[in-house]
Design a protein. Structure first.
Length: 327
């Protein structure tokens, strides 16, 4: 599998595709989750993404399920040193039965407690990529930056990233880290796919922040930052007719982009999903797509994108279609 270095020139080398573990242990049972993880590693995959709150919003769950399932798989396979674990803090509700309104946040005590909880559930002494899952503007950036740096100094986290943050907040946090000689963010994780949503219509998923043109421009200029893209396949909407696109994608640019996607897929003998992933991985800036699957067959389809060649003329066709003047 193709590889990419994450978090700048001194960061670890990861697979160019990341396996999203959000449904593991809940909507995807443990046996199937283990089979998917096994197949991913067998194919050369090394980067696995989870969080300390997946999937608290499903009735009957606690938010422990994904990390705990990944932890049991790590223990049973003895593969901790062969894979990179990515997890997140800040979005776990502190009151059972509530939502992000009671999220743990990013104070120093919350960051420390979240990290310890994740390490316990994952059954490991460190995570390779640690994210602040969403913003917490009630806490000074200096406090969050210091708490994250302490995890790095203690060997509990290696690379730091920001997810669902405004671009200016990412840069301000990085500036604080530089000023005080602390470890700063070197990865960004936002919602991003081939289809582009309207900026004036909210996405239905609470907390999702889409990669903006401003963020993409920032990433082109600062190549020490690695972009990871979640919801890269829009929950199956590219290939499953029953999966309707959210209202944010209801604009004149969507139909021509879907037509171009189908045209390129047919010409290359790929599925639309594979073309989307190839477009992301070879983009400007390039992204590491995070893909969530519920079966080994689904995983095998997306694995077929890793070595897919997207010729320059076909990439240009995709880029021109439905030019995002609506953004």
């Amino acid at each position: 599998m193709r590889e990419r270095r994450i978090g700048g020139p001194s960061g670890p080398v990861a697979s160019a595709l990341c396996l999203g573990a959000m449904p593991f242990g809940s909507t995807v049972d443990e046996k199937t989750s283990f089979a998917i993880l096994d197949r991913f590693v067998e194919a050369g995959g090394t980067l696995i993404d989870t969080a300390d709150n997946y999937v608290f919003w499903i009735p009957g769950t606690t938010g422990d399920e994904s990390e705990t399932t990944v932890g049991r798989w790590l223990a049973s396979r003895g593969l901790r040193d062969e894979v990179l674990i990515s997890t997140k803090a800040g979005g776990r509700p502190t009151v059972p039965g509530t939502g992000l309104e009671t999220a743990e946040g990013l104070s120093a005590p919350a960051v420390r407690a979240a990290a310890e909880g994740s390490l316990r559930r994952l059954g490991t002494d460190r995570v390779d990529l640690y994210w602040t899952h969403l913003e917490d503007r009630s806490v000074p950036l200096e406090e969050t930056v210091e708490a994250l740096d302490a995890l790095v100094r203690d060997g509990k986290a290696a690379v730091l990233g920001a997810s669902n943050h405004a671009t200016w907040r990412i840069e301000r946090a990085r500036a604080v880290a530089r000023e005080h000689g602390r470890t700063g963010y070197s990865c960004v994780q936002q919602r991003y796919s081939y289809l582009q949503p309207r900026a004036d219509v909210e996405l239905p998923e609470g907390g999702h922040v889409h990669a903006s043109p401003e963020l993409l421009d920032y990433l082109r200029e600062d190549q020490d930052l690695t972009l990871m893209a979640y919801s890269s396949l829009l929950s199956g909407a590219y290939t499953r007719p029953e999966k309707r696109l959210p209202a944010a994608y209801d604009h004149p640019g969507t139909a021509p982009r879907l037509a171009a996607l189908r045209e390129v897929a047919a010409e290359l003998g790929l599925t639309p999903n594979q073309v989307v992933l190839a477009w992301l991985m070879g983009g400007d800036p390039p992204a590491i797509p995070i893909v969530g699957v519920s079966s080994v067959d689904q995983l095998d389809e997306v694995l077929g994108a890793v070595d897919a060649d997207l010729p320059a003329e076909l990439r240009a066709l995709l880029d021109r279609a439905g030019a995002p003047s609506h953004l």
